[in-house]
Design a protein around this ligand. Structure first.
Ligand code: ADP
Ligand code: MG
Length: 623
């Protein structure tokens, strides 16, 4: 088209498209789910805008917030249309090609190793999955602020945008037309589409309608010529029958009305989903299977992995809301990278079933960003701007309850795990399959999200003790397994007052540390902290259950030893000499200690100073 403006895809997007086009991935179905999810997002956006400005919805069909799927078997076109917010020309250019999202390169990288295409939606590039099944795609879109445009691409590195002067006006919204490849003919089959929508899009909150064919029987005037033909054939086929019967048949034929029934194909919209809102139902009525599916649709994660746990509850009182929280089976690819930047929560906020936002950072503290879920409140006002809502006083109450419920859910995960119990007998008795399934689930949680718990201890003073209970670590006596503070305390020797720990880069390195010599000999257990974040953690975690933490490489380690006093006396001269020789800006003090067994001396950090390992961390950060 002469008026078309041509653009090149951003390089990473182009690479992504190459991968998709050449993919041998067998599950190409995912494109439909991605398109429906985009349509639903666009509908959410217009519905949200309409809360404060009714005008944006327009009138007539434009007010119907729905998704429509149509097939053209002859031309091999599958089209998906929504009456959502639509895209301006600028939106089309940016969103579908020239601006690569942060997830693009991460996804490309993943696909080149062993990635699962199924996760495409999580990386924010779901749209491009259309090229799994189509070799030519048109996106027709009308936004309230602009004219109607057509975006088109054959995935050859370029796309074009033209003002649309030939298609029917959409009113508002977007229609995606997929010109299916020959191998993708199955997506022209209505049954297949119905099955896919049921499978992947049952939790979409807008009606999804299919332009479905229907065979109807219809009475039409009987065609004279045709009936003669029929008579002839019946005569020839019954040549051996005797004449009498033939006459009777003829007589009957004449009595028949001059019409006949024919099958005819008509089309009508067929609703494919029932718009389930699981969170409005009583938790008792929702099955595990339903929760699993709901999680997958929320998380855009369609792998086989089930969420580790969920919590579905109904909060009553001053602030009423319903919520479902999930612990995902795995940490998202960028959880701890963007944590330090501006990662948003993964909670969707609804007010009276209307989707408001999934970018509300006011609902959960940062350290719980790994949770997925949804909050639907009847208390929050509907007709105010997002900014006003963000400042609404009820949000504080909601947040407090959500944190409490989330921590309860994690605690239960540990309590139900047979591996977590100290009681060996109990561990051996519980052999049912359900128990087996729960075996090791907390260690799995810890491996994926342990860091979040540690960040929580640092950030959330109110819940510090609750979070400390969830902490796991290895010790000099844990035999390669994870253990908890409660378990540590239960094993403490009667002579031991403080909780001993040491920090370092690795377990192997720590195990050789001279600081542990004496403690090991005396059979004291020492926590081995090997994650850089542990250093920060221990600056916030001062005590637990009335016990203080003592870094064994720092000043203040007290071990009962009757000989210490004597030794101090007899070596007084030597320690004095050392101190004056090393000068005061090198060391603060020189002391006789009972912490060593074989090593003659060791450098210890002062009580409030950085540990040696912390010095190392700080040094590497300033480089
Ligand atoms: P994501 O949905 O995660 O943002 P996609 O690749 O699926 O990523 O879509 C890219 C962007 O294109 C969307 O963020 C949205 O801005 C735009 N978009 C896609 N489909 C539609 C649609 N049907 N209506 C309006 N905008 C759309
Ligand atoms: Mg999408």
């Amino acid at each position: 088209r002469a008026s078309a403006e041509k653009f090149e895809f951003q390089a990473e997007v182009s690479r992504l498209m190459d991968i998709l086009i050449n993919s041998l991935y067998s599950n190409k179905d995912i494109f439909l789910r991605e398109l429906i999810s985009n349509a639903s997002d666009a509908l959410d956006k217009i519905r949200f805008l309409a809360l404060t400005d009714k005008e944006v919805l327009g009138e007539g069909d434009n007010t119907k917030l729905e998704i429509q799927i149509k097939l053209d078997k002859e031309k091999k076109i599958l089209s998906i249309r929504d009456r959502g917010v639509g895209m301006t020309k600028e939106d089309l250019r940016k969103n579908l090609g020239t601006i690569a999202k942060s997830g693009t390169s991460a996804f490309v990288e993943k696909m080149q190793t062993s990635g699962d295409l199924n996760l495409i939606g999580q990386f924010g590039v779901g749209f491009y999955s259309v090229y799994l099944v189509a070799d030519y795609v048109e996106v027709i879109s009308k936004h309230n602020d602009d004219k109607q445009y057509v975006w088109e691409s054959k995935a050859d590195g370029a796309f074009a945008i033209s003002e649309d002067t030939w298609n029917e006006p959409l009113g508002r919204g977007t229609e995606i037309r997929l010109h299916l490849r020959d191998e993708a003919g199955e997506y022209l089959d209505e049954l297949k589409l119905k099955e896919l929508v049921k499978k992947y899009s049952e939790f979409i909150n807008f009606p999804i309608n299919l332009w479905a064919s229907k065979e109807v029987e219809k009475e039409v005037p009987a065609d004279e010529d045709e009936s003669i033909d029929e008579e002839e054939t019946s005569e020839s086929s019954s040549s051996e029958e005797d004449g009498e019967e033939e006459d009777a048949e003829k007589a009957e034929d004449e009595k028949k009305p001059k019409t006949k029934t024919v099958k005819e194909t008509t089309y009508e919209w067929e609703l494919l989903n029932d718009m389930k809102a699981i969170w409005l139902r009583s938790p008792k009525e929702v099955t595990d299977e339903e929760y699993n599916k709901f999680y997958h649709s929320l998380a855009k994660d369609f792998s086989e992995d089930k969420p580790m746990a969920w919590s579905h509850f109904n909060a009553e009182g001053d602030v009423e809301f319903k919520a479902v929280l999930f612990i995902p089976p795995k940490a998202p690819h960028d959880l701890y990278e963007s944590y330090y930047n501006t990662k948003q929560s993964n909670l969707k906020l609804y007010v009276r079933r209307v989707f408001i936002s999934d970018e509300f950072n006011e609902l959960l503290p940062k350290y719980l960003n790994f949770l997925m879920g949804l909050v639907d409140s009847d208390t929050l006002p509907l007709n105010v701007s997002r900014e006003m809502l963000q400042q609404h006083s009820s949000l504080k109450t909601i947040k407090k309850k959500l944190i409490r419920k989330a921590l309860d859910m994690i605690r239960k995960l540990a309590e139900e795990d047979p591996d977590e119990t100290n009681d060996k007998e109990k561990r051996d008795v519980e052999e049912s399959s359900e128990e087996n399934e729960k075996k090791g689930q907390y260690a799995k949680f810890w491996n994926e999200f342990g860091k979040s718990i540690k960040l929580g201890i640092i950030e959330d003073a109110t819940n510090r003790n609750r979070l400390a209970k969830l902490l796991r670590f290895e010790t000099t006596k844990s035999d390669g397994k994870l253990t908890s503070l409660d378990q540590y305390i239960s094993r403490m020797k009667s002579s031991q007052k403080d909780i001993f720990y040491i920090t370092g880069a690795s377990k192997e390195q720590l195990e050789k540390s001279p600081f542990l010599e004496r403690l090991n000999k005396k059979d004291y257990e020492v926590i081995l902290f090997t994650d850089p974040v542990d250093e920060y953690l221990m600056q916030y975690l001062m005590d637990y259950e009335d016990k203080k933490f003592q870094n064994v490489s720092k000043e203040g380690l007290k071990l009962k030893d009757s000989k210490t006093k004597e030794l101090k006396e007899s070596f007084k001269g030597l320690t004095k000499w050392w101190k004056s020789t090393l000068a005061s800006d090198n060391v603060e003090d020189v002391k006789i200690s009972n912490r060593l067994a074989d090593t003659p001396c060791v450098v210890v950090t002062s009580k409030y100073g950085w540990s040696a390992y912390m010095e190392k961390i700080m040094h590497s950060q300033t480089l």
